[in-house]
Design a protein around this ligand. Sequence first.
Ligand SMILES: Cc1cc2nc3c(=O)[nH]c(=O)nc-3n(C[C@H](O)[C@H](O)[C@H](O)COP(=O)(O)OP(=O)(O)OC[C@H]3O[C@@H](n4cnc5c(N)ncnc54)[C@H](O)[C@@H]3O)c2cc1C
Length: 327
Amino acid sequence: MKAFTYKSAASEADAVAALGPGAVALAGGTSLLNLMKERVIEPSVVVNLKSVAGLDKIEAAGDGWKIGAGVTIAALLENPQVVKGYPALAEALETVGTPQIRNMATLGGNLCAKTPCLYFSHDGFACLKRGNGNSCPAKDGDNEFSAIFGTVMPCVSVHASSASPALIALGARLRVAGSGGARELPVEEFFVLSKDDPARENVLKQGEIVTHVILGKPAGKSATYVALHKASHDWPTALASAALDMGEGDLVRTARICLGGVAPIPWRVQAAEAALAGKKVTPETASAAADAAMAGAAPLSQNAYKVKVAHTALKRAVLLAARGSWK
Ligand SMILES: Cc1cc2nc3c(=O)[nH]c(=O)nc-3n(C[C@H](O)[C@H](O)[C@H](O)COP(=O)(O)OP(=O)(O)OC[C@H]3O[C@@H](n4cnc5c(N)ncnc54)[C@H](O)[C@@H]3O)c2cc1C
């Protein structure tokens, strides 16, 4: 690991001031430290956000909750209001890594974590996203776990965050702070799919940090279905989060559905949402919604199987959400 200067920020303003060129924010370190050890990221300054006052708080805000970016995944899973009010989020979070990782990892770090793509995250490969190669090695290489949506992009890695699809389905917002002040935006507008800059995954500019996730009124009818692969601690092959607003006669008024692990950013599937509008949720309508979503898939040479996995995840997330129960 390259030597760096370590700074502990006491406040948002301190953190923003310390995050100059060459500096990187440190939260739980479960993702960042691995990348530093592999020399994928070689910052000259590491700014500790865990010491920022207030970032570790879960507070009531209007009808919903304001969650500090430094709140750990374990702390969120221990919060009965979050677990009961936002089942899609809880179900997504409970499969992140291992208990040790969930004890350290933060919600803000999860939103900002870099892709788990093996070409990106390990030393020894020339990788476009990492900035030491001119093309994406996964395109013609080992792409079993790569994207099945957005594959026309120069990089076909998948986004790391398991929480983001749930936050998008739940219509959550983010608060971001920088030298120009603070702003709020919907979580889905945080992520960026850029042909010109494949390294960019979100809208954060140098010196900006995520400070809070803001959840609106609890949406009891929501669920996440996570399809795991290989070992239990690994990232999922695909996951789907669904939030349903039900009208009279158990008909879906509106649905919000987002997939994870299938594209370079969390992948909202509006075709599936439209397919459910005005319908009762049944295995047939849930399957039709999944068909509509998968019509846009463009798998690579080794990952056509992921289309089936994502289809099943979406269908099950919709059925679980309609059931409206947190196990
Ligand atoms: C074995 C293993 C399995 C894993 N499985 C999963 C999984 O299934 N699902 C999943 O989602 N993740 C998984 N992870 C990834 C990771 O642990 C989590 O995503 C974690 O939430 C990252 O949070 P952290 O607080 O440790 O972030 P850090 O590692 O400290 O930071 C991650 C990145 O986010 C930036 N950052 C952190 N906080 C902020 C902030 N507030 N504002 C701006 N930038 C910030 C950092 O600069 C860094 O680039 C896994 C990791 C491991 C090692």
